[in-house]
Design a protein around this ligand. Structure first.
Ligand SMILES: [Zn+2]
Ligand SMILES: [Zn+2]
Length: 353
């Protein structure tokens, strides 16, 4: 074991602060990574404050962070995919059983024995739970390490590992391509990535927003049209016309007006997680054989595919780079949606701690 620098929170009400944590020495299948950038995901904040206690109670101290980009510093003797110096990434998971039907189908994210990057029981017993990317290094089995295309801006690439794959995967699952009409509800960390991918797939892209002030930015990011969802007169002409709508909103909201916009066999996929159960008018599904789904990140192979597509189209997240000393302030700003569109922590700032 060795000591790594990190930022952790000791309780649901304490701020993140500098600490040192134990990391395992790389075993034969492990890759040791010097972390260069880590994105700030809203689930970091939910976990730090134990807001998802019913589903996954937080074990303290917690070191969050699952949008990790870095450089390989050491590899185990059996590692074949990576060598020191390679640019790599780690997303929301660091292990799975790799034997269940979901793993065999390349859907490790749905493995009943998946190990998430932080706050999951640590199989290696280095610590009670896994510690995430708000740290200067991490050690991960090579199967769960991704390759970063060298042309991508590294800070902007970090959020691809959660916000990126979360929006990419459902669009691939629904076969989004040229000729399809795609709606994106909400223009935040997830939504802005959804716009970029839908556009890259060749779809006609419409952004739904409650703030007319976001229209200009939506168009800049690649949307063809912007609809202010509160304005029924703007919604109506789109009735029955969408192949797919991606709902990225985590606040409580009514999805029925959007279901009415789907065409025959159209699908609305939820990637935001409102706290209250949704109400759905059955006729909004019956008429037009429409469906609602949920989706969670993507498997390892699909995540690599997403990164490669990003390399080809030069797609990254729009980020505001911060030193780790500003992380608590960034959380407060995140709560006010005061970021365009993702924070990325420059981990060089951890060296002075
Ligand atoms: Zn995330
Ligand atoms: Zn499995």
């Amino acid at each position: 074991m060795y000591k790594a620098k990190a930022y952790s929170a000791g309780s649901a009400t304490s701020p993140l602060a500098s600490t040192s944590i134990a990391r395992r020495d790389p075993n034969e299948h492990d890759v040791q990574i010097e972390i260069l950038f880590c994105g700030i995901c809203h689930s970091d904040l939910h976990s730090v404050r134990n807001e998802w206690s019913e589903f996954m109670a937080t074990h303290y101290p917690i070191v969050p962070g699952h949008e990790i980009v870095g450089r390989v510093s050491k590899v185990g003797s059996a590692v074949s995919k990576y060598k020191p110096g390679d640019l790599v990434a780690v997303g929301c998971m660091v292990d799975a059983d790799c034997t269940c039907p979901n793993c065999k189908a390349g859907l490790e994210q749905f493995c009943p024995n998946v190990t998430f990057t932080f706050n999951s029981p640590d199989k290696h017993k280095t610590a009670p739970v896994t510690y995430g990317g708000y740290s200067d290094s991490i050690v991960v089995d090579e199967h769960f390490v991704l390759r970063v295309p060298p042309n991508l801006n590294l800070a902007g690439a970090a959020p691809l590992l959660c916000a990126g794959i979360t929006t990419y995967s459902p669009m691939r699952h629904q076969g989004i391509a040229a000729g399809k009409k795609v709606g994106i509800i909400g223009l935040g960390g997830l939504g802005h990535m959804g716009v970029k991918f839908a556009r890259a797939f060749g779809a006609h892209v419409v952004v739904f927003t409650t703030s007319p002030g976001k229209a200009e930015d939506a168009l800049r990011l690649g949307a063809h049209e912007v609809v202010v969802s509160r304005n029924a007169a703007e919604m109506k002409p789109h009735t029955g016309s969408f192949d797919f709508i991606l709902d990225t909103v985590s606040g409580n909201h009514d999805i029925n007006p959007y279901l009415a916009l789907l065409r025959l066999d159209g699908n609305l996929t939820l990637v935001g997680a409102p706290s209250k159960p949704l109400e759905v008018a059955a006729f909004n599904l019956i008429i037009g054989r429409r469906s609602i789904s949920g989706s969670s990140i993507g498997g390892i192979a699909e995540t690599q595919e997403m990164l490669d597509v990003c390399g080809k189209h030069n797609i990254t997240s729009d980020v505001e780079i911060i030193p780790i000393q500003k992380v608590n302030e960034a959380y407060e700003r995140l709560l006010k949606s005061d970021v365009k569109y993702r924070f990325a922590i420059d981990m060089a700032s951890l060296k002075s701690e």
